[in-house]
Design a protein around this ligand. Structure first.
Ligand SMILES: [Zn+2]
Ligand SMILES: [Zn+2]
Length: 70
């Protein structure tokens, strides 16, 4: 059995950037850049992200796709 010591095992490169271009990670939904304000999103924008297989909205952190649930 493998136990993760890190609270967030997400491997998205945005977590390692000092200045991520988006406020939220598209893979786990955690905030990656607190300096960027969360933007207001529309369902149309989330639908477009869903078509690109994005698990979480990079603008507001909302879960878009459920199949990435562990
Ligand atoms: Zn992440
Ligand atoms: Zn959104």
């Amino acid at each position: 059995m493998t136990q993760y010591r890190q609270p967030n095992p997400c491997e998205n490169m945005n977590h390692r950037r000092p200045n991520a271009p988006v406020p939220f990670c598209p893979q786990c939904g955690h905030q990656v850049n607190a300096r960027l304000p969360a933007r207001e999103c529309s369902e149309a924008k989330h639908a477009a992200s869903r078509r690109q297989q994005t698990a979480f909205c990079v603008d507001c952190g909302t879960r878009i796709i459920d199949k990435f649930l562990k």
